[in-house]
Design a protein around this ligand. Structure first.
Ligand code: NAP
Ligand code: F7E
Length: 345
């Protein structure tokens, strides 16, 4: 049975990747940073008490800002594969906490690579790189496109990406970097624009909210469906030769188009509810990100299974069902979910 360590396990991608790997028969060791609450909502449906016989899913406390916890985890688990998904992943937030973002995203990746090198383990390594590294370069973007990052997050990811390539070249580590374009789902964090919109639609539809404040509506993103993207991560680590791959749908849409489609799906006209609030603008923006994923198609045989239209529908319907069931169950909706959570992001 193959063993995998997954960092960022409590996030959107972590939860889908762990589901995917469990279904493939892996034993999973998920890294979770300490917090004063459990914070495992996205994983609870998978978790069994580790005292239960036959469980293949274990949670471990460790932190990307603490190298010794990473080394200890590697020694204890001796994994075949390591997926590094942990990050302060919000671009706007990275302008507010740039040093912390760099510590987790850039130095954190180095800490993990160095822990692998020093333990001498022969495991394979996946790095969660990002289309944000392309920033202002013209679309479409492929593995050979020049990088021009436009935020502290993107700069930190660029370090994580290049140090991964450097460890591959210097120490013959089987390290691959997935340059993933935006991917979304009903498990997307509530302050990313797609989920912010679909959640607001559910609240508006059910009379819990009457305005949605957002920032730049003209930005264009190549939005795909997260479960398709975790499959690509795994495919990269199954190759004999490690490499870097761009993953995306090859179709870009503006935030405005997302609004159009999402509100229309709920029979609402967004012009009645949406207002611009400059607090959501970023000091510098990546205007147009569009993937050329032909290498992944050719070498990995990867392609997306969900269209933009279906993605929007899946997210709107999931949020409507979620908010409806909470209301039906009489569960008090938290004020923070009704008001926009993460007021500046
Ligand atoms: P996410 O939902 O924001 O999850 C981030 C995860 O990292 C969470 O589990 C978080 O834990 C964890 N984390 C944050 N700081 C940590 C630390 N100091 N030590 C250990 N864990 C820490 O992100 P995602 O959307 O799943 O994305 C996964 C990865 O892919 C990230 O690296 C992201 O930057 C990258 N990426 C995402 C996209 C996308 O469109 N989703 C595209 C390209 C690249 P808590 O739950 O405790 O906060
Ligand atoms: O913004 C615009 C915003 O925060 C998308 C992360 O997963 O994907 C994600 O980064 C666009 C931007 O995602 C609001 O200015 C308008 O142009 O959903 P987002 P992101 O910045 O593209 C990449 C690939 C990652 O690697 C990241 O980890 O939407 N926008 N109004 C807004 N964005 C937000 N968050 N909130 C707004 O109100």
């Amino acid at each position: 049975m193959k063993k995998a360590i997954v960092t960022g396990s409590t996030g959107q991608d972590g939860s889908y990747l762990i589901e995917f790997l469990l279904a493939k028969g892996y034993e999973i060791h998920a890294l979770k940073r300490r917090s004063s609450s459990f914070n495992t909502d996205r994983l609870d449906h998978l978790y069994k008490d580790f005292h239960d016989s036959g469980t293949r899913f274990f949670l471990h406390y460790a932190d990307l800002t603490d190298g010794s916890s990473l080394t200890r985890l590697l020694y204890d688990v001796r994994p075949d594969e390591v997926y590094n998904l942990a990050a302060q992943s919000h671009v706007k937030v990275s302008f507010e906490i740039p040093e912390y973002t760099a510590d987790v995203v850039a130095t954190g990746t180095l800490r993990l690579l160095e822990a692998i090198r020093l333990t001498g383990l022969k495991c394979r390594f996946y790095q969660a790189s990002s289309s944000e590294m392309f920033g202002s370069t013209s679309p479409p973007q492929s593995e050979t496109t020049v990088f021009h990052p436009r935020s502290p997050y993107a700069c930190a990811k660029l370090f994580g990406h290049t140090i991964t390539v450097n460890y591959r070249e210097s120490y013959r580590l089987h390290a691959s970097s997935g340059i993933l374009f935006n991917h979304e789902s009903p498990r997307r964090g509530e302050t990313f624009v797609t989920r912010k919109i679909t959640r607001a639609i559910a609240h508006i539809k059910l009379g819990l909210q009457n305005k949605l404040y957002i920032g730049n509506m003209e930005a264009r993103r190549d939005w795909g469906y997260a479960p398709d993207y975790v499959r690509a991560m795994w495919m990269m680590l199954q190759q004999d030769v490690p490499d870097d791959y761009v993953i995306g749908t090859g179709e870009a849409h503006s935030v405005r188009e997302f609004l159009d489609l999402a509100f229309a799906h709920a029979n609402l006209d967004w012009h009645e509810f949406v207002e611009i609030d400059p607090r959501y603008f970023r000091p510098a923006e990546a205007d147009h990100l569009l993937a050329d994923a032909s290498k992944a198609r050719r070498v990995l045989g990867w392609q997306p299974s969900v269209t933009f239209k279906d993605l929007v529908r899946i997210m709107v319907e999931a949020d409507l069902a979620d908010v409806e069931s909470k209301l039906r169950g009489g569960e008090a909706l938290l004020r923070s979910t009704v008001e926009s959570p993460g007021r500046n992001s």
